[in-house]
Design a protein around this ligand. Structure first.
Ligand code: SF4
Length: 85
Protein backbone atom coordinates (compact mmCIF):
# COMPACT_ATOMS: atom_id res chain seq x y z
CA UNK A 1 0.00 0.00 0.00
CA UNK A 2 1.31 3.43 -0.92
CA UNK A 3 2.29 5.87 1.77
CA UNK A 4 2.89 9.59 1.31
CA UNK A 5 5.63 10.93 3.57
CA UNK A 6 5.36 14.59 2.59
CA UNK A 7 3.19 16.80 0.36
CA UNK A 8 3.64 20.44 -0.63
CA UNK A 9 2.46 23.09 -3.10
CA UNK A 10 4.87 24.61 -5.61
CA UNK A 11 4.44 28.18 -6.87
CA UNK A 12 1.71 28.70 -9.46
CA UNK A 13 -1.48 27.54 -7.77
CA UNK A 14 -4.49 29.06 -9.52
CA UNK A 15 -6.81 28.58 -6.50
CA UNK A 16 -9.27 26.38 -8.38
CA UNK A 17 -10.35 24.47 -5.22
CA UNK A 18 -10.11 21.06 -6.88
CA UNK A 19 -7.68 19.60 -4.36
CA UNK A 20 -9.70 20.74 -1.36
CA UNK A 21 -12.76 19.12 -2.88
CA UNK A 22 -10.87 15.85 -3.38
CA UNK A 23 -9.06 15.77 -0.03
CA UNK A 24 -10.23 18.39 2.49
CA UNK A 25 -8.35 16.61 5.27
CA UNK A 26 -5.04 17.81 3.80
CA UNK A 27 -5.63 20.76 1.44
CA UNK A 28 -7.18 24.14 2.15
CA UNK A 29 -7.43 26.83 -0.50
CA UNK A 30 -7.01 30.48 0.49
CA UNK A 31 -7.30 33.58 -1.69
CA UNK A 32 -3.68 33.33 -2.85
CA UNK A 33 -2.73 29.66 -2.82
CA UNK A 34 -3.46 26.21 -1.55
CA UNK A 35 -1.99 25.26 1.83
CA UNK A 36 -1.32 22.04 3.70
CA UNK A 37 -3.29 21.96 6.92
CA UNK A 38 -1.40 22.13 10.23
CA UNK A 39 -3.36 19.20 11.62
CA UNK A 40 -1.66 16.70 9.31
CA UNK A 41 1.90 18.04 9.62
CA UNK A 42 4.67 17.20 12.05
CA UNK A 43 5.77 20.86 12.20
CA UNK A 44 2.23 22.11 12.85
CA UNK A 45 2.56 25.03 10.41
CA UNK A 46 -0.15 26.12 7.99
CA UNK A 47 1.42 27.10 4.69
CA UNK A 48 2.33 25.59 1.32
CA UNK A 49 4.95 23.37 2.99
CA UNK A 50 7.19 24.27 0.05
CA UNK A 51 10.17 25.34 2.16
CA UNK A 52 10.05 22.95 5.09
CA UNK A 53 8.52 19.93 3.35
CA UNK A 54 7.36 18.79 6.76
CA UNK A 55 6.48 15.10 7.00
CA UNK A 56 2.86 14.13 7.43
CA UNK A 57 2.11 13.20 11.02
CA UNK A 58 0.68 10.01 12.46
CA UNK A 59 -1.01 7.74 9.97
CA UNK A 60 -2.24 10.49 7.63
CA UNK A 61 0.29 9.61 4.95
CA UNK A 62 -0.97 6.05 4.76
CA UNK A 63 -4.66 6.70 5.38
CA UNK A 64 -4.94 9.53 2.84
CA UNK A 65 -2.43 8.39 0.22
CA UNK A 66 -5.00 7.63 -2.46
CA UNK A 67 -6.77 10.97 -2.00
CA UNK A 68 -3.51 12.94 -2.03
CA UNK A 69 -2.40 11.22 -5.24
CA UNK A 70 -5.82 11.81 -6.80
CA UNK A 71 -5.65 15.50 -5.83
CA UNK A 72 -2.16 15.84 -7.33
CA UNK A 73 -3.25 14.17 -10.56
CA UNK A 74 -6.31 16.43 -10.70
CA UNK A 75 -4.41 19.69 -10.21
CA UNK A 76 -4.71 21.57 -13.53
CA UNK A 77 -1.31 23.24 -13.14
CA UNK A 78 0.49 20.28 -11.52
CA UNK A 79 1.84 22.16 -8.49
CA UNK A 80 0.96 19.49 -5.91
CA UNK A 81 4.14 17.52 -5.25
CA UNK A 82 4.66 14.64 -2.87
CA UNK A 83 7.08 11.94 -1.78
CA UNK A 84 5.71 8.40 -1.91
CA UNK A 85 7.27 5.31 -0.38
S1 SF4 B 1 -5.82 21.80 -7.49
FE1 SF4 B 1 -3.83 22.81 -7.85
S2 SF4 B 1 -4.33 24.82 -8.69
FE2 SF4 B 1 -6.21 24.00 -7.78
S3 SF4 B 1 -6.24 24.86 -5.69
FE3 SF4 B 1 -5.24 22.85 -5.58
S4 SF4 B 1 -3.01 23.26 -5.78
FE4 SF4 B 1 -4.12 25.09 -6.49
Amino acid sequence: MAKITSVWIEDGCIVCNACETTCPEVFTVTEETCKILAEVRVDGLHDTNLESKSPLSGSFGADLADQIIEAAEGCPVEVIKFVKV
